[in-house]
Design a protein around this ligand. Structure first.
Ligand code: PBE
Length: 269
């Protein structure tokens, strides 16, 4: 019975990502809400890169694996995967990704504010940039090429924005594949209107704190209402919510489609 032996085969382990991410916190709740913690299941902390490496290795050997996955992500482009159903709705429905700026950005850098405020794209567009990066293209180059190939999109974001000189925007992000793509594309659009842009990667909590204290100007990484909800709740009065930059994001447990008998989180029990 492949279902009964699954726990054993994967060592009762869900392959996770960085400890600070919202999805890891949600997955700890999943272990409790589905009683998996009492059945030896554990969530392994690692990193996006280590998780995707383990996923690729398992798929190559057609072995079972359960990971904390999300969409948009190149893993769904490259491999045949499925989200496990979540009947207790711990992860929540589809989310929107928001751009968050420091208080005062609009006054101090109106050109940057306008571009970041307009920055908006689709899961398909984000996936294309993520796939390029996964294929080995440097993120800044992938972003620049993508913008060059989508002039209408760039025009929407920069239309009427005056060119600036000698001004810098500091962006921060967490090195999740999706956010590597979005922050590099937003940075490329800002560079197009003349800004020098620095991109600094951090853990999730310091990223929010950097924008809240004004140490950073902006970030494109807020998954709402659930995955980044705790930080948004804590910092909402100290930051500017610049609205949605992508609609229809999703987090959850992800397995290869060849795991035919595993379709719901309840199937892990
Ligand atoms: N993620 C990607 C993040 C948000 C973006 C799903 C890994 C998380 O906080 O879990």
């Amino acid at each position: 019975n492949p279902r009964r032996s699954l726990g054993k085969q994967v060592n009762y382990t869900i392959t996770g990502i960085d400890a600070g991410s919202g999805e890891m916190a949600a997955t700890q709740r999943v272990l409790r809400r589905y009683g998996l913690d009492k059945r030896k299941w554990q969530l392994q902390t690692s990193s996006t890169a280590a998780m995707t490496t383990q996923l690729g290795r398992a798929i190559k050997n057609r072995q079972p694996i359960v990971v904390t996955g999300w969409q948009p992500h190149w893993m769904f482009t490259k491999y045949k995967l499925k989200f496990l159903r979540d009947p207790r709705n711990v992860y929540g429905a589809a989310e929107n990704i928001h751009t968050i700026g420091r208080v005062g950005l609009r006054r101090d850098e109106p050109a940057a504010y306008t571009v970041l405020d307009r920055f908006y794209w689709t899961p398909t567009e984000m996936s294309a940039v993520m796939m390029q990066v996964n294929n080995g293209v440097a993120p800044a180059a992938a972003a620049k090429h993508w913008l060059a190939a989508h002039p209408a999109k760039l025009k929407q974001w920069v239309r009427g924005v005056p060119h600036v000189r000698g001004r810098t925007i500091k962006m921060t992000y967490v090195a999740w594949d999706s956010e590597i793509a979005s922050s590099n594309v937003a940075a490329a659009a800002l560079r197009h209107v003349g800004y020098k842009v620095t991109l600094q990667s951090m853990e999730m909590q310091p990223m929010w704190a950097a924008v809240a204290t004004g140490a950073a100007d902006a970030m494109t990484c807020a998954w709402l209402p659930n995955t980044s909800g705790r930080y948004f709740h804590d910092y909402r009065d100290q930051v500017t919510d610049m609205g949605v930059n992508l609609r229809g994001a999703q987090v959850g447990l992800v397995v290869p489609r060849y795991m035919k008998n595993i379709n719901s989180i309840t199937d892990l029990r």
